[in-house]
Design a protein around this ligand. Sequence first.
Ligand code: AMP
Ligand code: MG
Length: 405
Amino acid sequence: MADRTVAEHLAQVLAAARPLPPVVVPLGEAAGLVAAMDVASRVDLPGFDNSAMDGYAVRAADIAAATAQAPVRLPVIADIAAGDAPSRPVGPGEAARIMTGAMVPAGADTIVKVEDTDAGMPFVSVLVATSLGTSIRRRGEDLPEGGPVVAAGTVLTARHVGLLAAAGHAEVAVRPRPKVAVVSTGAELVAPGNPLAPGQIHDSNSHLLAAAVDAAGGHTAYRGSIGDHADDVRDLLDRLAADVDVVITSGGVSMGVHDVVKAVLRERGEVGFVTVAMQPGKPQGFGRLGERGVPFFGLPGNPVSAFVSFEVFVRPLLRRLMGLEPAVAPTTRMRLAAPLRSPAGRLQIARATVDRTPDGGWVATPVAGQGSHFVADLAAADALLLVPAEVTHLQPGDEVDSILL
Ligand code: AMP
Ligand code: MG
């Protein structure tokens, strides 16, 4: 059977994906998540007319003639700090000392900033005429009660969290972080930190993918490594499918005799194992597990293949589940600094380091080791270059789309 294209496989991954049902979280957990509903303000912002300056609340008419040569002297009948409720109005010919953010007392219609006075107590000399309404922040001028705080679909930033708090909300309904299980498969795998017997390697994929999941906004709820025994793999996947939103395995999906993920899941018909016209990452498993229809990715075992597959297929699904649109984040156009060869008929996803040019553009230099086992060069890369299937040679100066890492 012919390989399917990356776009075709991605379309299958995203076809039935919907944002996860909303949950209500405290503000401290909201940043980076997507609001699931419109939120309205519970209060006027500002909540009351208040002073924008440290100074004196007066009646503008009383100080209309004030100059440095002929100051207007007024008795100070109150001292109003932020948080105080003024106890009496300011009458004609009177002033009240007032601090920034304090409630403007009834009767006063302008604030003279302290720099325009002698800062006096219990009498103040006003040195500058101040027109009606100066330095008064009006109730509701920023956002009235009932006004829009965030709209459904907004990615909540620190600024939105601040506004939600100001508007009286301690919690907000969001799309949750998808709970993800990451499982490495392979009899050769040993947890990092443990000694290696001949033929063994450290399990890097589960750590790589768990970190990638969390960095993409998901939550790695399970991370582990399992051998190549069909019963173990079957039991673990069943357990995880009952518990999480997405299951990711690595390894065991190609043509080897011990390719256990493929063997176990194929027999049930829930997961399709296909070849995708890409390099690296050709063998891919995708489907839905168990009664809950949990999305399942069977990623190839080579670490670079697993990571590239995550970026191209898993991240868009996580974004969709989180309500982040577009599911496929925009790519960045770059110029090549060195030539690049690419296989015919397959989308090559090359690793590269990138630099900025003085005019704000991007220049990409492919890393030396483009084989799918080059984990050091993967770590050194800043971008994945997307060389279209039909392109076989690129020259320095040629442009290529890329995923910035
Ligand atoms: P597989 O697809 O299981 O045949 O694995 C392909 C290659 O990736 C083999 O060289 C494996 O040893 C290697 N590999 C598989 N899983 C991991 C892992 N979790 N960490 C590092 N290398 C792996
Ligand atoms: Mg294997």
